[in-house]
Design a protein around this ligand. Structure first.
Ligand SMILES: N[C@@H](CCC(=O)N[C@@H](CS)C(=O)NCC(=O)O)C(=O)O
Length: 246
């Protein structure tokens, strides 16, 4: 879009792009919006108590979006995406305005934010970051990951459609991409690709369709570019087999 000042996305210095900031970047490409990324130094223990963080978000988690075109500051990735679609998708390309579809969109959006995000996040935490191995917690969240995939798969099977709502790709489809993209490399054992394809085939095809979308490809390249630019910040993660001692 011409004449817009670049929107600012904040994230932590963690190598690459963690899934919630990555989610926002997909929309910035999808809506063709200029943006710049700003980074908080996670190694500073007081970073959450200092400016500019305290004025940006009370929660201390990323992403945060600033829009210098109108002075907006927004935290929570779901709210940021709603804002971007409401403000910049003037032709409603990624959304529907009729109540029936609109509330379906909201249902999926809240499911992504309260279901996929936290469960996948806990799976990652208990697998890679918790101070002691807790197999029962690891298993619980892997089961929840599978349950999320099955919810999507069942609904796509039931509707016979290619997308979650209506007959076009909407913003809710795109919201699921970053966390699902991290499943195979970081969250599931070797061979899970076959299980995903066999047990949740409609969900697998839907994810592949989304992977081919230009904005998703660009956001992925952007994320990979930040890893290459700063390999020192990348966290080394063991494979699931190594963690489980197999
Ligand atoms: N529900 C929030 C979650 C934000 C969140 O947890 N972000 C992670 C990065 S993906 C973060 O800031 N982690 C830093 C930390 O936990 O210290 C959203 O979707 O924006």
């Amino acid at each position: 879009m011409a004449d817009l000042k670049p929107l600012i996305v904040w994230r932590y210095h963690d190598g690459g792009l963690s899934p919630n900031p990555w989610k926002v970047v997909i929309f910035l490409y999808e809506l063709n919006l200029p943006f710049e990324m700003r980074v908080f130094d996670r190694s500073d223990p007081d970073v959450r108590e200092k400016e500019p963080m305290v004025s940006l978000t009370p929660n201390g988690r990323m992403p945060v979006l600033e829009d210098p075109n109108n002075g907006m500051r927004i935290w929570e990735s779901g709210a940021i995406i709603e804002y971007l679609v409401d403000t910049y998708d003037k032709s409603n390309r990624l959304t529907y305005t009729s109540p029936r579809e609109n509330y379906q969109l909201k249902s999926w959006m809240h499911f992504q934010m309260s279901g996929q995000g936290p469960y996948y996040g806990q799976r990652t935490w208990f697998l890679h970051l918790h101070h002691e191995p807790l197999p029962s917690a690891q298993e619980r969240y892997l089961n929840e990951v599978k349950r999320i995939l099955s919810v999507i798969d069942k609904d796509l099977t039931r509707s016979g459609r290619q997308w979650l709502v209506g007959d076009k790709m909407t913003f809710v489809d795109l919201m699921f991409v970053p966390w699902n993209s991290l499943l195979l490399p970081f969250m599931t054992p070797t061979g899970f690709e076959s299980e995903w394809k066999e047990k949740y085939p409609k969900c697998w095809e839907w994810h592949q369709r989304l992977y081919g979308v230009e904005s998703v490809k660009k956001a992925k390249e952007f994320a990979e570019g930040s890893v290459k630019a700063d390999p020192s910040a990348t966290i080394e993660l063991k494979s699931v087999e190594e963690i489980e001692g197999r």
